[in-house]
Design a protein around this ligand. Structure first.
Ligand code: 5AD
Ligand code: SF4
Length: 437
């Protein structure tokens, strides 16, 4: 057992967890490979947030079942939220699966893989204290370092499986985080994205998220800090002040709304009203006038009426979102919302989702069109999928196609936005284009 292939599904937290696993495996002398065909073990790092995420993984396990027919010694493992969510049920599929490991078991991965070569193994205990703060992840390529600052979630929104799959909220120690970020900056990463389920509730003793932002802001070489996802009411005045006064903190916030109806928010057990949410938006805009906002919205929670859905639609314009990620409610086993019986018919939920998507897209397009002509500093990230242009990002999180050489990855340029497709921009270098840092 020497070569491991890690495949990641789901959110950025999972990407970061895969980097953590990669670090653990490499330190144990195992080799990471790029293709399942070359591996002695494959580990799927999975997501359980909605049913379709789980379906995708089950489909992939079917592919591995085939691979295993050709190579019976292949170890197939499932890690992450779906492993924790389905636990023993997954091991029942033991013709295919050898290992099930939840989000708090990654420290033991080399040992678990060794044991899984002999018999099916499950490690799905949640550990209130495990933060992996002491373990250095092996970060993937790119200009951006994902840094987990908090694990788990204590909010228990009624629709959400995360508190059950990732366990109780815990923060990584500030000293570990600063060390990790200094290391990432020294390796050449330009942008740091702080990750947590409710990232702005991070704390350690008397230090809160404001102190964390300030500390990260002092690390040499880190010119851009982002974080995701904050919880609306954890934006205290202190945190907003730290955002406004820490130069590296980018002018963009992803602020999950979930619903614009107070009745639905209550049923979701979100701890704010639409009025309070708008107040937070107002406070953010007051402190950081050019801040852009993206959000998450769920439609079709059991009991959602047409009127309540309309209130959500209304919030798109009222809050002035620049971008929205929209989801149809998916019932998750074991969550409180599973017991709300008043289900919204599938076709009604689909139709609402469609209306919401159209409205949000239209607004994104209009807001982006109004930005053409502006000059922004961009960080060059990678080649675009097609053509010779490079993909760069503004501090406000707009993607811009620019004509710069490939070796400009990781550099900053000044560009004028020359056009937009609605979602992304084209840009032309402005003189002087080079940003000297
Ligand atoms: N159904 C649909 N969407 C969900 N989300 C979380 N749980 C569910 C669910 N059961 C969405 C929320 C969250 C995003 C990551 O996924 O909007 O912010
Ligand atoms: Fe899930 Fe709510 Fe926690 Fe976000 S805050 S991870 S939606 S329980």
């Amino acid at each position: 057992m020497k070569r491991v292939f890690l495949e990641t599904y789901g959110c950025q937290m999972n990407v970061a967890d895969s980097e953590l696993m990669a670090g653990v495996l490499q330190r144990a002398g195992l080799e990471l490979v790029d293709r399942a065909e070359d591996a002695d073990a494959v580990i799927l790092n999975t997501c359980a947030i909605r049913e379709n995420a789980e379906q995708r993984v089950l489909g992939r396990l079917g592919d591995y079942a085939h691979l295993k027919l050709a190579n019976p010694a292949l170890i197939v493992g499932v890690a992450g939220c779906m492993a924790q969510h389905l636990r023993a049920k997954l091991l029942d599929r033991k013709r295919v699966l050898d290992l099930v490991v939840g989000p708090d078991g990654y420290r033991f991965l080399p040992e678990l893989l060794r044991r899984a070569a002999g018999e099916p193994v499950a490690e799905v205990r949640l550990d209130r204290d495990e933060t992996y703060g002491d373990l250095e992840p092996k970060r993937g390529p790119g200009v951006r370092a994902w840094v987990t600052v908090q694990r788990g979630c204590d909010k228990f929104c009624t629709y959400c499986v995360v508190p059950f799959t990732r366990g109780r909220e815990r923060s990584l120690p500030l000293a570990d985080l600063v060390r990790q970020i200094e290391h990432a900056a020294a390796e050449g990463f330009r942008e740091v994205v702080l990750l947590g389920q409710t990232v702005n509730s991070w704390r350690e003793g008397t230090d809160d998220f404001a102190d964390l932002l300030r500390a990260v802001g002092t690390v040499d070489g880190v010119r851009r800090i982002r974080f995701t996802s904050p919880y609306p009411t954890d934006f205290t005045p202190r945190v907003i002040e730290a955002m406004a006064t820490t130069a590296a903190v980018c002018e963009h916030v992803h602020l999950p709304l979930q619903s614009g109806s107070n009745a639905v928010l209550k049923r979701m057990r979100r701890r704010y009203t639409r009025e309070r949410y708008l107040e937070v938006v107002g406070e953010l805009r007051q402190a950081i006038p050019d801040i852009t906002l993206s959000t998450d919205i769920i439609v079709g929670l059991p009991g959602e009426t047409e009127q309540q859905f309309q209130e959500t639609l209304g919030m798109v314009t009222e809050a002035g979102f620049d971008d929205a990620y929209t989801f149809k409610y998916s019932v998750r086993e074991g969550t409180p919302a599973e017991r709300i019986v008043d289900h919204v018919p599938e076709e009604v939920a689909s139709e609402r989702l469609q209306r919401l998507i159209e409205m949000a897209r239209l607004q994104t397009r209009q807001r982006n069109a109004s930005r053409v002509g502006q000059v922004h500093e961009v960080l060059v990230e990678r080649p675009a999928k097609r053509g010779h242009l490079m993909l760069a990002r503004t501090r406000q999180n707009f993607l811009v196609l620019v004509d710069v050489p490939r070796d400009c990855v990781g550099e900053y340029r000044r560009v004028r936005l020359t056009g937009t497709t609605g979602s992304t921009f084209t840009g032309a270098l402005e003189h002087p284009a080079l940003v000297v840092i």
